[in-house]
Unconditional design. Structure first.
Length: 370
């Protein structure tokens, strides 16, 4: 890799000659401006405002504009003579834990390569010291006409440097947060945690720039004379207004679970369908109306909308059936008691006659004499 800056790391009294190499590269697709009618390239030309003539790159220098519009010429020699210790040196000023660095300060990233055989030993010394301390080094350096702040850390077996913005370059987020007090329920936080757990982690190497790949495919198709078919409109509702936050969270958990299982993000129908069979989360218990039965399971999913109505109807029907059964039972008991009473009365009336008949049958008849 080509170096963009040569200098040294100042580590106390130790000087480490290094080369600065870009650690990142941009893969964004750039377009040229063309004349629509004939496809000709449109270029910008640098023209002097005083004489109106085009100026070449070799004739262009630097200048500082005053408040009144006047220009003060500044040369590279002027900048090189400034009394800055970091003109060709990355000067380490302190070592701090990595979590003390605000990610908002992160800027461009570079690799620091040891310059020459003599730099290998002090380079390795600094690298191993950073590893063992588990800290990062804060340094100052000058690049492209200005002094900058940097953070040195170890990446594999290389010392990397992240450019940092100065603290006063970070804007205060005034007026950015939602206005007024917004309360979040524990149930909503629980569902948000469940969604985070369902989505899980991702391998950063697996993430792809779908837009860039689509543009490259379109350019290749047009270059080959193929007809480019415009894709259909995006699915509606992806960025719509959230009406029911709880339902949106529950549906998101189910869709994420289905996507992880390879079944695709099939969104559940209906609002407030619950975590149900689609996600392994504890469903939120809602208060049921008195007399309402539990939702009826249909096809492995819970339908609270239809289940509540069916449960209420079934509950009412069951109550009516119970009342009818109780009335029939009471009537039957009354009839049985009346029958028993009548039978007892008849039995009491029949007892004297039965006794007389029995006595008559037992008494022997007197024989008459001849």
């Amino acid at each position: 890799m080509r170096s963009i800056w040569n200098g040294a790391i100042s580590f106390g009294l130790v000087s480490i000659p290094i080369k600065l190499v870009n650690a990142t590269e941009s893969h964004s697709i750039s377009f040229r401006q063309i004349h629509v009618s004939d496809g000709g390239r449109v270029r910008y030309r640098k023209v002097c405002e005083l004489d109106g003539e085009e100026v070449s790159t070799a004739e262009i220098g630097k200048g500082y504009e005053e408040a009144d519009g006047s220009i003060i010429p500044i040369t590279d020699e002027d900048l090189a003579q400034l009394p800055i210790a970091t003109a060709k040196t990355i000067e380490i000023v302190s070592f701090v834990p990595a979590d003390q660095i605000d990610p908002l300060q992160m800027d461009a990233a570079y690799y620091l390569a040891a310059s020459g055989a003599t730099a290998a030993k002090p380079y390795t010394l600094l690298r191993e010291a950073l590893k063992r301390s588990r800290k990062v080094a804060i340094a100052k350096y000058a690049l492209r006409g200005r002094e900058r702040l940097g953070m040195l850390r170890v990446v594999d077996d290389v010392i990397a440097m992240h450019g940092l913005l100065w603290p006063d370059e970070i804007r205060v987020p005034e007026g950015v947060a939602p206005e007024g007090e917004v309360s979040v329920r524990e149930a909503e936080l629980d569902l948000a945690d469940a969604l985070m757990a369902t989505l899980g982690e991702v391998e950063m190497d697996s993430l792809r720039d779908d837009y860039r790949e689509a543009v490259e495919a379109m350019v290749a198709a047009k270059a080959g004379g193929e007809t480019v078919v415009a894709p259909g409109p995006p699915a509606e509702g992806a960025g719509g207004q959230v009406i029911d936050l709880m339902a949106a969270l529950e549906n998101s958990v189910r869709a994420a679970k289905a996507s992880r299982a390879g079944a695709g993000p099939a969104a559940p129908e209906g609002v407030g369908a619950g975590a149900g069979a689609g996600a392994e989360v504890t469903p939120i218990r809602r208060k049921r109306a008195a007399g309402a039965a539990a939702p009826k399971a249909v096809g492995g999913k819970k339908s609270t909308a239809s289940g509540a109505g069916a449960g209420a109807g079934a509950g009412a029907g069951a109550g009516a059936a119970k009342k009818s059964t109780a009335a029939a039972g009471a009537k039957k008991k009354a009839v049985t008691a009346a029958a028993k009473k009548t039978a007892s009365a008849k039995a009491a009336e029949a007892k004297p006659a039965a006794r007389a008949a029995a006595k008559k049958a037992v008494t022997p008849r007197k024989r008459s004499s001849a």
